[in-house]
Design a protein around this ligand. Structure first.
Ligand code: UD1
Ligand code: CA
Length: 459
Protein backbone atom coordinates (compact mmCIF):
# COMPACT_ATOMS: atom_id res chain seq x y z
CA UNK A 1 0.00 0.00 0.00
CA UNK A 2 1.29 3.44 -0.85
CA UNK A 3 -0.62 6.29 0.77
CA UNK A 4 1.21 9.16 -0.82
CA UNK A 5 -1.83 10.38 -2.75
CA UNK A 6 -3.72 11.20 0.44
CA UNK A 7 -3.99 14.78 1.63
CA UNK A 8 -2.04 15.79 4.72
CA UNK A 9 -3.62 17.26 7.84
CA UNK A 10 -1.61 18.34 10.85
CA UNK A 11 -2.86 18.03 14.39
CA UNK A 12 -1.00 19.89 17.13
CA UNK A 13 -1.70 19.12 20.78
CA UNK A 14 -1.45 22.32 22.79
CA UNK A 15 -4.14 22.24 25.45
CA UNK A 16 -2.02 21.47 28.50
CA UNK A 17 -0.86 23.99 31.10
CA UNK A 18 2.60 22.48 31.55
CA UNK A 19 2.69 22.10 35.33
CA UNK A 20 6.45 21.79 35.54
CA UNK A 21 6.93 25.28 34.07
CA UNK A 22 5.49 26.62 37.38
CA UNK A 23 3.78 29.35 35.44
CA UNK A 24 0.39 30.97 35.06
CA UNK A 25 0.93 31.02 31.32
CA UNK A 26 0.25 27.99 29.18
CA UNK A 27 3.54 26.31 28.33
CA UNK A 28 3.18 26.69 24.55
CA UNK A 29 3.00 30.49 25.00
CA UNK A 30 6.44 30.68 26.59
CA UNK A 31 8.89 32.11 24.10
CA UNK A 32 11.89 30.60 22.39
CA UNK A 33 14.03 32.77 20.14
CA UNK A 34 11.47 35.55 20.38
CA UNK A 35 8.37 33.57 19.38
CA UNK A 36 6.02 31.32 21.35
CA UNK A 37 6.78 27.58 21.36
CA UNK A 38 3.55 26.90 19.48
CA UNK A 39 4.64 29.25 16.68
CA UNK A 40 7.76 27.16 16.04
CA UNK A 41 5.70 23.98 15.72
CA UNK A 42 3.08 25.63 13.52
CA UNK A 43 5.79 27.00 11.24
CA UNK A 44 7.34 23.55 10.78
CA UNK A 45 3.87 22.20 9.97
CA UNK A 46 3.12 24.97 7.52
CA UNK A 47 6.30 24.20 5.55
CA UNK A 48 4.82 20.77 4.71
CA UNK A 49 2.06 22.48 2.75
CA UNK A 50 -0.79 20.65 4.54
CA UNK A 51 -4.48 20.96 3.75
CA UNK A 52 -5.07 22.22 7.27
CA UNK A 53 -3.48 22.59 10.70
CA UNK A 54 -5.80 21.72 13.56
CA UNK A 55 -4.61 22.92 16.96
CA UNK A 56 -6.10 21.42 20.11
CA UNK A 57 -6.44 24.22 22.65
CA UNK A 58 -7.51 24.34 26.29
CA UNK A 59 -5.45 26.38 28.73
CA UNK A 60 -5.48 30.04 27.62
CA UNK A 61 -7.16 28.94 24.43
CA UNK A 62 -7.68 32.46 23.15
CA UNK A 63 -4.04 33.49 23.50
CA UNK A 64 -2.84 30.24 21.95
CA UNK A 65 -5.23 30.73 19.03
CA UNK A 66 -3.92 34.26 18.53
CA UNK A 67 -0.33 33.04 18.48
CA UNK A 68 -1.22 30.40 15.88
CA UNK A 69 -3.25 32.75 13.69
CA UNK A 70 -0.45 35.32 13.72
CA UNK A 71 1.77 32.65 12.19
CA UNK A 72 -0.42 30.88 9.63
CA UNK A 73 -3.78 32.68 9.45
CA UNK A 74 -6.61 30.73 7.85
CA UNK A 75 -4.63 27.52 7.40
CA UNK A 76 -5.30 26.87 11.09
CA UNK A 77 -8.46 25.78 12.82
CA UNK A 78 -9.03 24.91 16.47
CA UNK A 79 -10.52 22.08 18.50
CA UNK A 80 -11.25 22.85 22.12
CA UNK A 81 -10.36 20.28 24.78
CA UNK A 82 -12.14 21.69 27.81
CA UNK A 83 -10.62 19.26 30.31
CA UNK A 84 -7.12 17.89 29.81
CA UNK A 85 -7.72 14.18 30.15
CA UNK A 86 -4.65 13.07 28.23
CA UNK A 87 -3.11 13.13 24.78
CA UNK A 88 -5.62 10.56 23.45
CA UNK A 89 -8.46 12.78 24.61
CA UNK A 90 -6.72 15.75 22.97
CA UNK A 91 -6.84 14.01 19.60
CA UNK A 92 -10.40 12.91 20.35
CA UNK A 93 -11.36 16.60 20.50
CA UNK A 94 -10.57 16.87 16.79
CA UNK A 95 -12.63 13.83 15.80
CA UNK A 96 -15.44 15.79 14.11
CA UNK A 97 -12.94 17.71 11.95
CA UNK A 98 -10.63 14.87 10.93
CA UNK A 99 -12.39 11.52 11.33
CA UNK A 100 -13.79 11.35 7.79
CA UNK A 101 -11.04 13.30 6.07
CA UNK A 102 -9.43 10.17 4.53
CA UNK A 103 -6.10 11.86 5.06
CA UNK A 104 -2.73 11.39 6.60
CA UNK A 105 -2.78 12.95 10.07
CA UNK A 106 0.59 14.13 11.33
CA UNK A 107 0.40 14.57 15.11
CA UNK A 108 2.79 17.10 16.67
CA UNK A 109 3.19 18.42 20.21
CA UNK A 110 3.06 22.12 20.91
CA UNK A 111 5.96 21.74 23.36
CA UNK A 112 8.43 20.13 20.92
CA UNK A 113 9.65 23.24 19.11
CA UNK A 114 12.96 22.18 17.56
CA UNK A 115 11.62 19.62 15.13
CA UNK A 116 12.97 20.13 11.60
CA UNK A 117 10.82 20.19 8.48
CA UNK A 118 13.23 17.76 6.81
CA UNK A 119 12.68 15.21 9.58
CA UNK A 120 8.90 15.46 9.25
CA UNK A 121 9.20 14.97 5.49
CA UNK A 122 11.33 11.86 6.06
CA UNK A 123 8.80 10.54 8.57
CA UNK A 124 5.96 10.94 6.07
CA UNK A 125 8.01 9.35 3.31
CA UNK A 126 8.91 6.43 5.57
CA UNK A 127 5.24 6.04 6.49
CA UNK A 128 4.11 6.03 2.86
CA UNK A 129 6.81 3.61 1.72
CA UNK A 130 6.06 1.23 4.58
CA UNK A 131 2.35 1.27 3.78
CA UNK A 132 1.70 1.60 7.48
CA UNK A 133 -1.48 2.70 9.25
CA UNK A 134 0.66 4.38 11.90
CA UNK A 135 4.31 5.43 12.04
CA UNK A 136 5.98 6.64 15.23
CA UNK A 137 8.99 8.94 15.20
CA UNK A 138 11.47 7.60 17.75
CA UNK A 139 14.98 8.49 18.91
CA UNK A 140 17.47 6.84 21.24
CA UNK A 141 18.40 8.78 24.38
CA UNK A 142 21.26 8.15 26.77
CA UNK A 143 18.91 9.27 29.51
CA UNK A 144 15.34 8.31 28.51
CA UNK A 145 13.79 9.31 31.87
CA UNK A 146 10.25 10.79 31.64
CA UNK A 147 9.67 9.64 28.06
CA UNK A 148 7.43 6.84 26.79
CA UNK A 149 9.48 3.79 25.71
CA UNK A 150 9.19 1.95 22.40
CA UNK A 151 8.80 -1.74 23.23
CA UNK A 152 9.80 -4.13 20.44
CA UNK A 153 9.28 -7.89 20.13
CA UNK A 154 11.93 -10.57 19.53
CA UNK A 155 11.92 -9.75 15.80
CA UNK A 156 12.62 -6.13 16.61
CA UNK A 157 9.13 -5.17 15.40
CA UNK A 158 7.01 -2.62 17.20
CA UNK A 159 4.88 -4.00 19.99
CA UNK A 160 3.65 -1.08 22.11
CA UNK A 161 4.54 2.18 23.82
CA UNK A 162 4.82 2.17 27.61
CA UNK A 163 4.89 5.39 29.61
CA UNK A 164 7.67 5.76 32.16
CA UNK A 165 5.33 5.63 35.14
CA UNK A 166 3.63 2.47 33.89
CA UNK A 167 6.85 0.74 32.85
CA UNK A 168 8.51 -2.26 34.52
CA UNK A 169 12.14 -1.98 35.59
CA UNK A 170 13.09 -3.98 32.51
CA UNK A 171 11.12 -1.66 30.20
CA UNK A 172 12.67 1.41 31.80
CA UNK A 173 16.06 0.28 30.55
CA UNK A 174 14.92 0.75 26.96
CA UNK A 175 16.60 3.79 25.44
CA UNK A 176 14.41 4.13 22.39
CA UNK A 177 11.72 6.66 23.19
CA UNK A 178 8.49 7.94 21.69
CA UNK A 179 9.01 11.48 20.37
CA UNK A 180 5.28 12.20 20.58
CA UNK A 181 5.27 12.76 16.82
CA UNK A 182 3.28 10.32 14.69
CA UNK A 183 1.76 9.76 11.28
CA UNK A 184 -1.68 8.12 11.17
CA UNK A 185 -4.22 7.11 8.58
CA UNK A 186 -7.18 9.19 9.75
CA UNK A 187 -9.66 6.29 9.67
CA UNK A 188 -7.44 3.94 11.70
CA UNK A 189 -6.56 6.66 14.19
CA UNK A 190 -10.12 7.48 15.14
CA UNK A 191 -11.25 3.85 15.05
CA UNK A 192 -8.51 2.86 17.50
CA UNK A 193 -9.06 5.93 19.68
CA UNK A 194 -12.52 4.62 20.63
CA UNK A 195 -10.81 1.67 22.29
CA UNK A 196 -8.43 3.68 24.48
CA UNK A 197 -9.09 3.22 28.20
CA UNK A 198 -7.71 5.36 31.02
CA UNK A 199 -6.17 2.23 32.55
CA UNK A 200 -2.86 3.72 33.62
CA UNK A 201 -1.18 5.32 36.57
CA UNK A 202 -2.52 8.79 35.73
CA UNK A 203 -6.02 7.69 34.77
CA UNK A 204 -5.65 9.53 31.48
CA UNK A 205 -6.53 8.69 27.90
CA UNK A 206 -3.15 8.08 26.28
CA UNK A 207 -2.55 8.54 22.58
CA UNK A 208 0.40 6.23 23.14
CA UNK A 209 -2.04 3.30 23.43
CA UNK A 210 -3.30 3.88 19.88
CA UNK A 211 -0.36 2.33 17.95
CA UNK A 212 -0.68 -0.91 19.97
CA UNK A 213 -4.45 -1.00 19.33
CA UNK A 214 -3.91 -0.43 15.59
CA UNK A 215 -1.36 -3.26 15.57
CA UNK A 216 -3.71 -5.70 17.28
CA UNK A 217 -6.43 -4.90 14.74
CA UNK A 218 -4.11 -6.39 12.11
CA UNK A 219 -2.77 -3.17 10.58
CA UNK A 220 0.88 -2.28 10.13
CA UNK A 221 2.63 -0.02 12.64
CA UNK A 222 6.07 1.24 11.72
CA UNK A 223 8.75 3.12 13.68
CA UNK A 224 10.98 5.73 12.10
CA UNK A 225 14.14 5.95 14.20
CA UNK A 226 15.67 9.40 13.80
CA UNK A 227 19.31 10.10 14.61
CA UNK A 228 19.21 13.67 15.98
CA UNK A 229 17.62 13.42 19.41
CA UNK A 230 17.84 17.14 20.11
CA UNK A 231 15.09 17.89 17.61
CA UNK A 232 12.48 16.07 19.65
CA UNK A 233 13.35 17.32 23.11
CA UNK A 234 10.22 18.55 24.78
CA UNK A 235 10.28 21.72 26.85
CA UNK A 236 9.07 20.85 30.32
CA UNK A 237 10.89 23.24 32.65
CA UNK A 238 12.33 26.73 32.45
CA UNK A 239 15.81 25.26 32.72
CA UNK A 240 15.19 23.30 29.52
CA UNK A 241 13.73 26.38 27.89
CA UNK A 242 16.91 28.34 28.63
CA UNK A 243 19.05 25.54 27.18
CA UNK A 244 16.98 25.57 23.99
CA UNK A 245 17.17 29.34 23.83
CA UNK A 246 20.91 29.04 23.83
CA UNK A 247 20.86 26.40 21.09
CA UNK A 248 18.49 28.37 18.87
CA UNK A 249 20.44 31.58 19.35
CA UNK A 250 23.79 29.98 18.61
CA UNK A 251 22.37 28.39 15.44
CA UNK A 252 20.92 31.71 14.22
CA UNK A 253 24.18 33.56 14.82
CA UNK A 254 26.29 30.86 13.24
CA UNK A 255 24.10 30.95 10.15
CA UNK A 256 24.51 34.72 9.88
CA UNK A 257 28.28 34.44 10.17
CA UNK A 258 28.71 31.52 7.75
CA UNK A 259 25.98 32.19 5.20
CA UNK A 260 25.40 35.94 5.34
CA UNK A 261 28.90 37.27 6.09
CA UNK A 262 28.05 39.12 9.29
CA UNK A 263 30.77 39.88 11.86
CA UNK A 264 29.99 39.31 15.53
CA UNK A 265 32.60 40.75 17.89
CA UNK A 266 31.43 38.31 20.58
CA UNK A 267 28.90 35.74 19.28
CA UNK A 268 28.28 34.38 22.77
CA UNK A 269 26.88 37.75 23.81
CA UNK A 270 24.61 38.53 20.89
CA UNK A 271 20.87 37.79 20.72
CA UNK A 272 19.40 37.49 17.23
CA UNK A 273 16.01 36.01 16.34
CA UNK A 274 15.91 33.24 13.78
CA UNK A 275 13.65 35.38 11.60
CA UNK A 276 16.03 38.35 11.41
CA UNK A 277 18.04 39.09 8.28
CA UNK A 278 21.39 40.87 8.38
CA UNK A 279 23.42 41.95 5.34
CA UNK A 280 27.06 41.16 4.68
CA UNK A 281 29.90 43.08 6.31
CA UNK A 282 27.64 44.37 9.03
CA UNK A 283 29.44 44.36 12.38
CA UNK A 284 27.54 43.49 15.53
CA UNK A 285 29.12 44.41 18.86
CA UNK A 286 28.47 42.66 22.21
CA UNK A 287 25.10 42.65 23.96
CA UNK A 288 23.10 43.54 20.90
CA UNK A 289 19.55 42.16 20.68
CA UNK A 290 17.83 41.86 17.32
CA UNK A 291 14.25 40.69 17.71
CA UNK A 292 11.36 39.63 15.49
CA UNK A 293 11.34 40.15 11.77
CA UNK A 294 14.06 42.78 11.71
CA UNK A 295 15.98 43.37 8.50
CA UNK A 296 19.40 45.01 8.64
CA UNK A 297 21.31 46.08 5.53
CA UNK A 298 24.91 45.60 4.47
CA UNK A 299 27.90 47.34 5.99
CA UNK A 300 26.10 48.55 9.10
CA UNK A 301 27.75 48.95 12.49
CA UNK A 302 25.61 48.09 15.51
CA UNK A 303 27.40 49.11 18.69
CA UNK A 304 27.08 47.59 22.14
CA UNK A 305 23.81 47.36 24.04
CA UNK A 306 21.51 48.17 21.12
CA UNK A 307 18.04 46.61 20.81
CA UNK A 308 16.35 46.43 17.41
CA UNK A 309 12.81 44.99 17.27
CA UNK A 310 10.70 44.43 14.13
CA UNK A 311 12.56 47.19 12.32
CA UNK A 312 14.29 47.72 9.03
CA UNK A 313 17.72 49.35 8.58
CA UNK A 314 19.20 50.24 5.16
CA UNK A 315 22.84 49.80 4.16
CA UNK A 316 25.66 51.62 5.93
CA UNK A 317 23.66 52.57 9.02
CA UNK A 318 25.57 53.23 12.24
CA UNK A 319 23.66 52.61 15.47
CA UNK A 320 25.69 53.79 18.43
CA UNK A 321 25.66 52.30 21.92
CA UNK A 322 22.48 51.65 23.90
CA UNK A 323 19.94 52.78 21.34
CA UNK A 324 16.48 51.19 21.03
CA UNK A 325 14.73 50.89 17.66
CA UNK A 326 11.23 49.38 17.69
CA UNK A 327 8.76 49.05 14.78
CA UNK A 328 10.69 51.64 12.81
CA UNK A 329 12.65 52.19 9.61
CA UNK A 330 16.09 53.73 9.16
CA UNK A 331 17.33 54.62 5.66
CA UNK A 332 20.78 54.05 4.22
CA UNK A 333 23.76 55.80 5.81
CA UNK A 334 21.81 57.18 8.74
CA UNK A 335 23.37 57.53 12.17
CA UNK A 336 21.42 56.74 15.35
CA UNK A 337 22.48 57.26 18.98
CA UNK A 338 24.15 56.80 21.35
CA UNK A 339 21.12 56.49 23.67
CA UNK A 340 18.49 57.20 21.01
CA UNK A 341 14.95 55.78 20.98
CA UNK A 342 13.01 55.24 17.76
CA UNK A 343 9.52 53.78 18.05
CA UNK A 344 6.02 53.46 16.55
CA UNK A 345 6.85 53.85 12.88
CA UNK A 346 9.64 56.35 13.22
CA UNK A 347 11.13 56.82 9.77
CA UNK A 348 14.58 58.24 9.12
CA UNK A 349 15.28 58.78 5.45
CA UNK A 350 18.73 58.47 3.92
CA UNK A 351 21.61 60.23 5.72
CA UNK A 352 19.41 61.52 8.53
CA UNK A 353 20.97 61.50 12.00
CA UNK A 354 19.64 61.42 15.54
CA UNK A 355 22.03 61.66 18.45
CA UNK A 356 22.21 61.45 22.23
CA UNK A 357 18.95 61.19 24.16
CA UNK A 358 16.72 61.80 21.17
CA UNK A 359 13.33 60.10 21.05
CA UNK A 360 11.51 59.83 17.74
CA UNK A 361 7.93 58.54 17.82
CA UNK A 362 5.65 58.18 14.77
CA UNK A 363 7.67 60.82 12.96
CA UNK A 364 9.41 61.13 9.64
CA UNK A 365 12.79 62.82 9.21
CA UNK A 366 13.54 63.33 5.55
CA UNK A 367 16.94 63.10 3.83
CA UNK A 368 19.88 64.62 5.65
CA UNK A 369 17.90 66.03 8.56
CA UNK A 370 19.60 66.04 11.97
CA UNK A 371 18.48 66.06 15.60
CA UNK A 372 21.63 65.47 17.58
CA UNK A 373 20.85 66.16 21.25
CA UNK A 374 18.16 65.85 23.93
CA UNK A 375 15.07 66.07 21.75
CA UNK A 376 11.54 64.66 21.53
CA UNK A 377 9.98 64.40 18.10
CA UNK A 378 6.45 62.95 18.20
CA UNK A 379 3.84 62.96 15.41
CA UNK A 380 6.11 65.16 13.32
CA UNK A 381 7.00 65.36 9.65
CA UNK A 382 10.31 67.06 9.09
CA UNK A 383 11.65 68.06 5.66
CA UNK A 384 15.12 67.63 4.14
CA UNK A 385 18.36 69.10 5.50
CA UNK A 386 16.64 70.57 8.54
CA UNK A 387 18.56 70.94 11.77
CA UNK A 388 16.78 70.41 15.07
CA UNK A 389 18.65 72.14 17.90
CA UNK A 390 19.41 70.61 21.29
CA UNK A 391 16.48 70.33 23.66
CA UNK A 392 13.75 70.80 21.04
CA UNK A 393 10.36 69.34 21.94
CA UNK A 394 7.29 68.79 19.82
CA UNK A 395 4.54 69.45 22.36
CA UNK A 396 2.18 67.00 20.63
CA UNK A 397 -0.20 66.18 23.47
CA UNK A 398 -2.70 68.64 24.88
CA UNK A 399 -3.79 66.28 27.64
CA UNK A 400 -6.52 64.76 25.46
CA UNK A 401 -5.40 64.52 21.86
CA UNK A 402 -2.20 64.16 19.89
CA UNK A 403 -1.41 66.84 17.30
CA UNK A 404 0.98 67.03 14.37
CA UNK A 405 4.02 69.19 13.82
CA UNK A 406 5.25 69.91 10.33
CA UNK A 407 8.70 71.36 9.75
CA UNK A 408 9.60 72.00 6.13
CA UNK A 409 12.96 71.76 4.29
CA UNK A 410 16.14 73.60 5.36
CA UNK A 411 14.77 74.90 8.66
CA UNK A 412 17.04 75.72 11.62
CA UNK A 413 15.21 75.04 14.86
CA UNK A 414 17.07 76.81 17.66
CA UNK A 415 18.05 75.09 20.89
CA UNK A 416 15.26 74.54 23.40
CA UNK A 417 12.46 75.42 20.98
CA UNK A 418 8.99 74.25 22.06
CA UNK A 419 6.76 73.50 19.07
CA UNK A 420 3.18 73.57 20.35
CA UNK A 421 1.25 71.35 17.95
CA UNK A 422 -0.62 71.55 15.69
CA UNK A 423 1.96 73.83 14.12
CA UNK A 424 3.92 74.25 10.89
CA UNK A 425 7.33 75.84 10.40
CA UNK A 426 7.83 77.06 6.81
CA UNK A 427 10.86 76.25 4.66
CA UNK A 428 14.20 77.95 5.41
CA UNK A 429 12.88 79.58 8.59
CA UNK A 430 14.82 79.91 11.81
CA UNK A 431 13.56 79.77 15.41
CA UNK A 432 15.59 81.52 18.10
CA UNK A 433 16.87 79.64 21.15
CA UNK A 434 14.11 79.14 23.72
CA UNK A 435 11.25 80.03 21.35
CA UNK A 436 7.80 78.75 22.20
CA UNK A 437 6.17 78.39 18.80
CA UNK A 438 2.39 78.45 19.18
CA UNK A 439 1.35 79.45 15.65
CA UNK A 440 2.52 78.65 12.13
CA UNK A 441 5.82 80.17 11.04
CA UNK A 442 5.81 81.43 7.43
CA UNK A 443 8.71 80.41 5.14
CA UNK A 444 11.94 82.46 5.20
CA UNK A 445 11.28 84.02 8.61
CA UNK A 446 13.13 84.34 11.87
CA UNK A 447 10.91 83.88 14.90
CA UNK A 448 11.83 84.16 18.57
CA UNK A 449 10.33 84.72 22.01
CA UNK A 450 7.50 83.42 24.17
CA UNK A 451 5.18 83.10 22.37
CA UNK A 452 7.36 83.31 19.25
CA UNK A 453 6.79 86.26 16.90
CA UNK A 454 8.28 87.00 13.50
CA UNK A 455 11.34 89.23 14.10
CA UNK A 456 12.69 89.41 10.60
CA UNK A 457 12.07 88.21 7.05
CA UNK A 458 15.11 86.35 5.74
CA UNK A 459 14.40 86.94 2.04
C1 UD1 B 1 4.14 12.46 25.81
C2 UD1 B 1 3.99 10.96 25.49
C3 UD1 B 1 5.30 10.25 25.71
C4 UD1 B 1 6.39 10.91 24.88
C5 UD1 B 1 6.46 12.40 25.16
C6 UD1 B 1 7.39 13.06 24.15
C7 UD1 B 1 1.67 10.44 26.09
C8 UD1 B 1 0.79 9.78 27.08
N1 UD1 B 1 2.97 10.41 26.35
O1 UD1 B 1 4.44 12.56 27.21
O2 UD1 B 1 5.18 8.90 25.34
O3 UD1 B 1 7.62 10.28 25.13
O4 UD1 B 1 5.17 13.00 25.00
O5 UD1 B 1 7.54 14.44 24.41
O6 UD1 B 1 1.20 10.94 25.09
N2 UD1 B 1 -1.84 17.78 25.81
C9 UD1 B 1 -3.11 18.18 25.51
N3 UD1 B 1 -4.15 17.70 26.22
C10 UD1 B 1 -3.98 16.80 27.23
C11 UD1 B 1 -2.66 16.39 27.54
C12 UD1 B 1 -1.62 16.88 26.83
O7 UD1 B 1 -3.33 18.98 24.59
O8 UD1 B 1 -4.98 16.39 27.83
C13 UD1 B 1 -0.74 18.34 25.04
C14 UD1 B 1 0.24 19.11 25.89
O9 UD1 B 1 -0.14 20.48 25.95
C15 UD1 B 1 1.55 18.92 25.17
C16 UD1 B 1 1.39 17.56 24.49
O10 UD1 B 1 0.01 17.28 24.48
O11 UD1 B 1 1.76 19.90 24.18
C17 UD1 B 1 2.14 16.44 25.22
O12 UD1 B 1 1.63 16.30 26.53
P1 UD1 B 1 2.56 16.08 27.80
O13 UD1 B 1 1.70 16.06 29.00
O14 UD1 B 1 3.70 17.05 27.77
O15 UD1 B 1 3.07 14.60 27.51
P2 UD1 B 1 4.42 13.94 28.04
O16 UD1 B 1 4.26 13.58 29.46
O17 UD1 B 1 5.56 14.79 27.65
CA1 CA C 1 5.93 16.95 27.08
Amino acid sequence: MNNSSKPLNILIMAAGLGTRMKSKRAKVLHELGGSPLIAHVVRAGQALDPRSIVVVVGHQAEEVEQAVLAQVGKLASFAVQAKQRGTGDAVESARSVLENSDSLVLVLSGDVPMIKVETLKNLIEHHNNAGAACTILSVRLENPTHYGRIIRDDNDSFQKIVEERDASDEQRKVKEINSGIYCFESGELFRALRKVEPANDQGEYYLTDVPGIILSSGEKVSVYLHSDAREVYGVNTRAELAEFENLVRRAAIRKLMIESGVTFIDPSHAYVSAEAEVGRDTIIHPNVTIEGKSIIGEGCVIRAGVRITNSRLGDGVVVKDHSVIVDSEVGANCSVGPFAHLRMNALLEEKAAVGNFVEVKKSRLKRGTKAMHLTYLGDATIGERTNIGAGTVTCNFDGKNKHETIIEDDVKVGSDTMLVAPVRVGARSVTGAGSVVTKDVPPDSLVAGVPAEVKKKLK
